[in-house]
Structure formats: structure tokens, C-alpha cells
Design a protein around this ligand. Structure first.
Ligand code: NAP
Length: 339
């Protein structure tokens, strides 16, 4: 046990359920007392926590694959930090751990829900992104769910984000015939083609997705990795070749919608083209974790895989980071730094 523990910690609470776009009044940064960890628990000083699009769904009071955030309770999510007190076998003060109690400065974590990480192998924040949840999503979603094979032409939306930028580069590294991405600014589009090796990219705000995709993929696509939904999905169904596959990973275009959103109008194409559209949840793919870490760590070390992070400094800016993510203010993984 450590001698001088902090006595208080700040944490973000959801105080009202957002209707449409979240507002600052829906959240509060509150102070709480810190106690020594009970048996089987560790106290962690968080250095980075993750803000992710799926958290918007957890702000609604609806049944889903993850329970909704409780009002007037701390929100949670991925975080990495340093153990400052341990009452659990196998964890010592000074260890670095990945765990699920983000959105707060000091986390009282059940040791069985913490995984040790090595800060010398990769920067700590990478365990939330390229080597973490979003990285595994890209890896599993492309190689397992979409059954990617060498020679496939791949289109990914949200391509400058954490998942999307990794999907495009993984496809390139494994021999895609063509990699196409869409993103929400000309600067992001430039990054895709000039740094990440995409063959073509377009800004979806510059014109209809269907027309821009047709131009970028004149011979059609074999795989679509959907992070966005809406007009992107409809355009991809139109562009997919016979026996094409789509991983339905996210539909961020509708996360703040207040009315049901219309589906693609060209679903009948699925029949004649024998398409497979499959939803995915990263949590189902833990079996791929060792292979994912080995391969991705190798590509990072060789410089073949690149990544960006957008880091927002300070716990007091946690809400701004989250809303900024929904607005597209991030390039690569959006992370809040408490370091
Ligand atoms: N199924 C799973 O297990 C799983 C796991 C992780 C993530 N996901 C999903 O994967 C997607 C990407 O997640 P991420 O963590 O990598 O986030 P991210 O892509 O790093 O950040 C979200 C991005 O979405 C884009 N965006 C926001 N509104 C949009 C709109 N109306 N139309 C098109 N793009 C929009 C913004 O970029 P622009 O500037 O390009 O608009 C923003 O940067 C999300 O849909 C998320 O829910 C699913």
C-alpha cells in the first residue's frame, strides 16, 4: 500500500439524457472522496481516457448491448493509468494498467478487470487506440467479419478516424487491389492519400457520396467497412461487386438523430449481387487479440502502419473532447490526457 494517497478525485457524471446533440448542461464534473482500495482492488491514477462514439448510445435510456450510463453516476470507458495503491495480488504500485473506469482522475478498479500494459513497448495512449479497442475493431472487422482477401477493393468510411484509418492501412498491407476512403475535410482526405497509402479518397461534404464513390472506384468494391451508415451505406450497396461483403461497424451519422432515419433505398441489389452485410461488436473478437497485437505491433515497429491521435488536455475538457469527436474535430483516436 502507498503512504500518501490523494483524498479527492474529479469525475464526469451524466446528469440529464441528451435529446439530439449532447449539451454541456447534460454533464457535470464532480468531486468525490478517495479511499484506500478494498481487497482485490487497485487504485489507479488515470493518465489517459478514451472518448468513443458508442458512448453516445449509452447516454440514452434504451436497452442495448451495453447498459445505459446511470444519471448522477460517473461515466465509464477505456482508460490507462498508473497503480498508486494495490490490495490485489499481482499488481504493484508503479504498474501501468488498462481498465474500464475512465472519465475520472482516480479509479478504484477491481483487479480482475485490469490488464497490465508495458509503457516501454508503446506509448500508453496507444493501448486505447491503435493497439487497443479501436485497433482490434479494425483488425477483426476487416479480416474476420468482412472475410477480406488479397486483391479485394476496399472502401471505408470515417477513414481518417481511429478505426477507419487502421482499416485502410491494414487492407493496403494485406494486398488490397484498391483502397478508398471518405472523410469530412479536404485536409483529412489529403492525409489518407499522402500518408496512409489510400489509392483514392474524397470529402463526403463536397458532393453526393454515390457520385464520388463511383469516380474513386470505377471497377466497384468488394468490401465496404461502414462506420457511418446513411448515404454512405446506400452508395456502398450500389458499388459492391457480386459476392461483396460489408462490415457494419458503426452508423455515426445517426447517433444524434431524434427521428428514425431512413434506410438504404437500394436493398434489393443485395439479392442479385448476393451481398453479405454483417454487423459486428468488437467484444466478440477477443480470440483475435494475441494475433492482432503481434501483427500490429510489428507493423508499428517497422513504420509500415501509421497512426495519429488527437489529444485533449485536462479532465475539465472531457465533455468538449466527446462532442468534438462527434463533430469530427479529431484525426485518429480522440483521447483525453490527464498526464
Ligand atoms: N461495432 C463495434 O464494436 C465498434 C467498435 C469501435 C467503434 N465502432 C464504430 O466505428 C466508428 C468509428 O469509431 P472511432 O472510434 O474510430 O471514431 P472516429 O472515427 O475516430 O471518430 C468519429 C468520426 O466520425 C466522423 N463523423 C461524425 N459525424 C459524421 C457524419 N454525420 N457522417 C460521416 N462521418 C461522421 C467524424 O469524422 P469526419 O471529419 O470524417 O466526419 C469523426 O471524426 C463509429 O461509428 C463507432 O461507433 C464500432
Amino acid at each position: 500500500m502507498s503512504a500518501a494517497l490523494p483524498t479527492s478525485s474529479r469525475e464526469w457524471h451524466l446528469v440529464a439524457r441528451p435529446h439530439g446533440w449532447p449539451k454541456a448542461e447534460d454533464f457535470a464534473l464532480r468531486e468525490t472522496e478517495v479511499a484506500a482500495p478494498a481487497e482485490g482492488r487497485i487504485l489507479v491514477r488515470n493518465k489517459f481516457f478514451s472518448v468513443d462514439p458508442y458512448m453516445r448510445g449509452r447516454m440514452n435510456d434504451v436497452k442495448s448491448y451495453t447498459p445505459p450510463f446511470k444519471l448522477d453516476h460517473p461515466m465509464d470507458g477505456g482508460a490507462v493509468g498508473e497503480v498508486i495503491a494495490s490490495n490485489a495480488e499481482g499488481f504493484a504500485v508503479g504498474d501501468h494498467v488498462l481498465h474500464g473506469l475512465g472519465w475520472r482522475e482516480i479509479a478504484d478498479v477491481p483487479a480482475k478487470h485490469a490488464v497490465k500494459v508495458d509503457p516501454d513497448l508503446a506509448p500508453l495512449s496507444a493501448y486505447l487506440g491503435v493497439l487497443g479497442m479501436t485497433g482490434l475493431t479494425a483488425y477483426a472487422g476487416l479480416f474476420d467479419v468482412a472475410s477480406f482477401k488479397e486483391g479485394d477493393a476496399v472502401f471505408v468510411s470515417g477513414a481518417a478516424g481511429a478505426v477507419g484509418s487502421q482499416v485502410g492501412q491494414l487492407a493496403r498491407l494485406k494486398g488490397a487491389s484498391r483502397v478508398i476512403g471518405s472523410a469530412g475535410s479536404d485536409e483529412k482526405v489529403k492525409l489518407l492519400t499522402e500518408e496512409y497509402g489510400f489509392d483514392a479518397a474524397f470529402n463526403y461534404k463536397n458532393g453526393p457520396v454515390r457520385d464520388q464513390l463511383k469516380e474513386a472506384a470505377p471497377d466497384g468494391i468488394d468490401v465496404y467497412f461502414d462506420n457511418v451508415g446513411g448515404d454512405h451505406l446506400e452508395a456502398a450497396i450500389g458499388a459492391l461487386n457480386v459476392h461483396g461483403r460489408a462490415t457494419i461497424c458503426g452508423m455515426i451519422a445517426q447517433y444524434n438523430a431524434t427521428e428514425p432515419t431512413p434506410g438504404p433505398r437500394n436493398m434489393a441489389l443485395i439479392i442479385g449481387k448476393r451481398l453479405r452485410l454483417q454487423g459486428m461488436l468488437v467484444g466478440d473478437h477477443a480470440d483475435l487479440q494475441p494475433k492482432f497485437v503481434e501483427e500490429v505491433a510489428g507493423w508499428l515497429a517497422s513504420g509500415e502502419l501509421k497512426y495519429r491521435e488527437t489529444t485533449v488536455e485536462g479532465i475539465e475538457n472531457g465533455y468538449d473532447a466527446f462532442v468534438g469527436l462527434l463533430r469530427g474535430e479529431n484525426t485518429g483516436k480522440m483521447i483525453v490526457s490527464l498526464a
